[in-house]
Design a protein around this ligand. Structure first.
Ligand code: ATP
Length: 586
């Protein structure tokens, strides 16, 4: 995307605030007029002073006061609306980004680092806002100020004005030489800052891990390396900015010195009065200053356009659905779920299919257990059922209808999903359980937590359901988090339960309580369970043994045990482990 295109897209956001930009055009014009009026004011006061003419002194005081008051008011309005327009554009883009990000497919999140996304929501958003307010207004104002100052200079003494304007091409050259380097370096800087944010996000939410593995030294060194990278770019940026400023200051002052020498010469010769020379000096500042600040403003603009480009990359990513809707709880009847020759490979993954030619059917009220070694593709199968990825081949049907006809929202509504790791959001216990069904009442909330064996521990908290669970449920135990997650799934009460049994080791007591809650959750529900425990496989209507993405065995517990093959081996090894655990406890 070129910068022109990026700006056009940014303009779509800015143009919503046209009245504010019109007002800023007025304040800019007034501010230019005021700058010139100060030069004019210096001119008349100096001439009056040189001529020992004190008649108009009271008028001068009055005019000076008016200029100052208007200057003050205009600066206030100008600054206020510059920041207001920035704030509004920033906020609109932020809201659009969130609205878009919430609708992006799972594959997008799988392939992005949340820290990088966070940096686009924060750092990039900040610079885009600055560009839409202060930077763009100053980029328009400074050339206009230069033109106005030049016109006034021409009026005072055209020969001096022509010398002064020679600064223009020289400054442009400086801007061009340094501008593109500043842009590249600034973009690099944003990327590095994104990496630092990602790094911080990884470690700050996992203090227990870095403490347990004693990773402090490693992380400290990594952070120092990240900071060194940032400092390296900052130094480079500092050097470029210093060189650009030094060059423009030298060129500006050189022109200034030449012009002032000539002005002095004209005054001495009597062709220019002292007042005009003073006004001339003031105007020179207005002519030189724009040329010195424009390269920096231009670089800031390009940095902001870089940020906008990164933002638009996200906004351009295809979404799963067109609008965000209220939570919908499916109460549609469910009769069957059928997979026919389903195959799938992860996008961007080098390996062959993760799921190959999988077929099975589950009818209302049945329970299927999926077992197999780690990495076999069990969780991936759930991702396909939940519509997180579309299958590459084959057919998934719910109630005999192809899921492509059903649509992704309705497809997801058929399922309650309890993942292996419990993702809870910051907030209260009540908020998290009600995420299962926002329209549930108090009675249903209590009933769900009772069924999930969670009510007792929740009641013991001083604030009960209103207790804050901390970031990702930090202030809860593993078992408590699982039970809240189960209560959430109970409240959702979708026709089919997808249960990825937790392998995380809980203490025996806690595991028993969680297991009991899971049994209650499965009771009478159509369930597909990724099973790591014997208790959930034995009573299953069908057990699928998955290896390398394929179903290598299927049948009931008795049938598979009789076959004495893969399931038998898995079951026997689990049984041994269970018994070892029992012995070690007793
Ligand atoms: N987002 C992803 N991108 C690429 N490959 C992935 C992705 N997620 C999982 N995989 C790969 O797919 C394969 C199957 O993973 P999956 O999580 O489905 O296994 P699993 O049988 O559920 O394992 P476990 O029992 O350990 O949870 C693994 O080789 C894994 O590395």
């Amino acid at each position: 995307m070129g910068y022109g295109t990026t700006f056009k897209r940014l303009w779509v956001y800015m143009s919503k605030y046209k009245p504010m930009y019109v007002l800023l055009a007025v304040t800019t014009t007034v501010s230019i007029a005021l700058e010139l009026s100060i030069a004019w004011f210096l001119n008349i006061i100096t001439d009056a002073a040189v001529q020992f003419n004190m008649d108009k002194w009271i008028d001068f005081i009055f005019v000076g006061a008016v200029i100052l008051i208007v200057y003050g008011l205009n600066t206030y309005i100008d600054n206020y609306f510059k920041s207001k327009v920035s704030m509004n554009v920033r906020n609109d883009i932020r809201i659009d980004m969130m609205n878009h990000v919430l609708r992006l497919p799972h594959s997008f999140f799988s392939n992005s680092h949340s820290g990088d996304l966070l940096s686009r929501f924060t750092n990039d958003n900040q610079v885009i806002g600055d560009a839409s307010g202060r930077i763009i207004v100053d980029l328009v104002k400074n050339p206009l100020l230069a033109v106005a100052a030049f016109s006034y200079l021409m009026y005072i003494e055209w020969r001096l004005a022509l010398i002064c304007i020679s600064i223009g091409p020289l400054m442009m050259m400086i801007g061009k030489v340094f501008g593109s380097t500043v842009r590249k370096t600034s973009n690099n800087m944003q990327l590095k800052q994104g990496k630092v944010t990602s790094f911080l996000q990884d470690i700050l939410g996992a203090d227990h891990i870095f403490k347990m593995f004693n990773l402090e030294k490693k992380l400290m060194n990594q952070y120092i390396d990240h900071c060194a990278d940032v400092i390296k770019i900052e130094k480079k940026l500092g050097k470029i900015n210093a060189a650009a400023n030094a060059s423009s200051t030298v060129v500006g002052n050189l022109t200034f010195v030449i012009a002032i020498l000539l002005a002095g010469y004209f005054v001495a010769k009597g062709s220019l009065n002292v007042g005009s020379m003073i006004a001339f000096i003031q105007l020179m500042n207005y002519l030189v200053m724009p040329f010195t600040v424009i390269p920096t403003l231009w670089a800031n603009m390009q940095q902001a356009l870089g940020g906008a480009e990164r933002t638009f990359v996200i906004l351009d990513h295809p979404v799963e659905y067109n609008d965000i809707q209220e939570q919908e709880i499916s109460r549609k009847p469910f009769t069957s779920l059928k997979l026919s020759s389903v195959s799938f490979g992860y996008p961007l993954s080098d390996s062959k299919s993760t799921i190959s030619d999988i077929s099975f059917e589950i009818k209302e009220g049945q329970k299927i257990a999926i077992v197999g070694l780690s990495g076999g593709g069990k969780s991936t199968l759930f991702k396909l059922l939940l519509g997180l990825y579309p299958p590459d081949q084959g057919l998934i049907q719910i109630n005999g209808r192809d899921i492509r006809e059903i649509g992704i929202r309705e497809q997801r509504n058929y399922f309650s999903y309890v993942p292996q790791e419990n993702y809870l959001f910051s907030g209260t216990i009540k908020d998290n359980i009600l995420d299962g069904n926002h329209s549930a009442d108090e009675y249903e909330l209590i009933a769900a937590s009772q069924q999930a064996n969670a009510f007792e521990f929740i009641s013991k908290f001083p604030n009960g359901f209103a207790s804050d669970i901390g970031e990702k449920g930090k202030s809860l135990s593993g078992g408590q988090k699982q039970r809240i997650s189960i209560a959430r799934a109970i409240l959702r009460n979708s026709p089919v339960l997808l249960l990825d049994e937790a392998t995380a080791s809980l203490d025996q007591e806690s595991e028993k309580i969680v297991q009991d809650a899971l049994q209650k959750l499965m009771q009478g529900r159509t369930t597909i369970v990724i099973s790591h425990r014997l208790s959930t496989t034995i009573d299953a209507d069908c057990i699928l043994v998955v290896e390398d993405g394929r179903i290598v065995e299927e049948g009931t517990h008795e049938q598979l045990m009789m076959r004495q093959s893969r399931y038998f081996a898995l079951y026997s090894s689990q049984k041994e482990e269970e018994q070892e655990r029992l012995y070690s406890v007793t």
